[in-house]
Design a protein around this ligand. Structure first.
Ligand SMILES: Nc1ncnc2c1ncn2[C@@H]1O[C@H](COP(=O)(O)OP(=O)(O)OP(=O)(O)O)[C@@H](O)[C@H]1O
Ligand SMILES: [Mg+2]
Length: 304
């Protein structure tokens, strides 16, 4: 069932929390405003900080269909918006020939109708859904090339696309658009201008602990505190790839699977692969560095 849109920032934060998404105030504000002003929400941030999850959570809690457009290099209109079902059109032409249909115009009109149209995510999102305007997730926009971005700009400006053979498809109600980027390149200003922008940062310790309570409930409070303290310290190091929230959750779940009640240096060394994904980073942290960080974490927890 479609849900009413939240009426305040508090309601927005509660909505996200209902789906176990722990948002900081500034993110809840951006989400609230995007929904209220019917503007696309542009989320940028490091890997695994919960950008994609926002769209999933909005779709689930608002009861809207989630339409996902995963971006990649070479993504084109045929994969993103629509394309004609060429094989079916060919069959239709053959059948018409077999039946001795002569009129070319009639045949052309027949094969360029909705029946032969393959709807890709953007068209699906514009056509709407019984449950209300869908959530359109345009994921990892930085992976596409600039021509596609320019095209997207037109779609975002009017929420309509024109199919020459059929006409213009316009959204009755604009979809709830969430765009994410890992910032492997800068997205054009013109796209950003049409959106509300929010940089999704790593959570602070308190928020990350709250995320673990919800996403890795099997871990003891003490273990969760140690995990968060350890990860937060790693993020201050000059590593090639810092652990995201996804890695914190993974590591906790790995530790729970090993029946760990509290961290010790050996367990850390053996499970670092859940947290760090580059051998250079692992080599730097493993051993004495991990032991040093752990003693700092334990000392800090003991004093609070
Ligand atoms: N604030 C949060 N509250 C609850 N769970 C979170 C939060 N942030 C991240 N997560 C969890 O972390 C995992 C990764 O999130 P998500 O896939 O949205 O990251 P992302 O920013 O899209 O990463 P990438 O750039 O790699 O695609 C998910 O399982 C998500 O549930
Ligand atoms: Mg993502």
């Amino acid at each position: 069932m479609p849900q009413a849109l939240p009426k305040s920032i508090d309601e927005t934060a509660a909505l996200l929390a209902n789906a176990d998404y722990v948002a900081e105030r500034s993110l809840a504000t951006a989400v609230f405003l995007a929904l209220r002003m019917k503007k696309p929400l542009f989320l940028e941030g490091e890997a695994g900080v919960g950008k994609t999850e926002i769209a999933k959570v909005l779709s689930a809690t608002l009861g809207r269909k989630l339409v996902r457009l995963q971006c990649y290099e070479g993504l084109d209109i045929a994969s993103a918006v629509y394309e004609w079902n060429y094989p079916r059109q060919m069959i239709e032409i053959r059948l018409a020939e077999a039946e001795g249909v002569k009129s070319r115009e009639g045949l052309e009109e027949d094969i360029f109708t909705e029946k032969f149209l393959i709807r890709r995510p953007i068209l699906q999102a514009l056509e709407g859904d019984l449950a209300g305007a869908p959530v359109l997730l345009i994921d990892e926009l930085d992976r596409t090339d600039e021509p596609f971005e320019a095209y997207l700009l037109e779609v975002l400006a009017d929420f309509q696309v024109t199919i020459p053979e059929i006409g213009t498809v316009r959204a009755d109600e604009p979809p709830i658009v969430v765009i994410t980027s890992n910032r492997t390149r800068e997205i054009h200003d013109a796209v950003k201008r049409r959106c509300l922008y929010h940089w999704v940062d790593y959570p602070n310790a308190q928020r990350e602990l709250e995320i673990l309570r919800r996403k890795a409930p099997g871990a003891s409070e003490r273990l969760s505190q140690e995990v968060v303290g350890f990860v937060q310290r790693l993020r201050k190091m000059d590593l090639f790839k810092l652990p995201g929230v996804a890695e914190t959750i993974d590591w906790s779940q790995a530790l729970v699977a090993l029946d760990t009640l509290a961290l010790d240096p050996e367990t850390i060394n053996n499970t670092l692969g859940a947290l760090l994904k580059y051998q250079d980073d692992i080599a730097r942290v493993q051993g004495t560095e991990a032991a040093r960080i752990l003693s700092e974490v334990k000392a800090e927890i003991a004093t609070t």
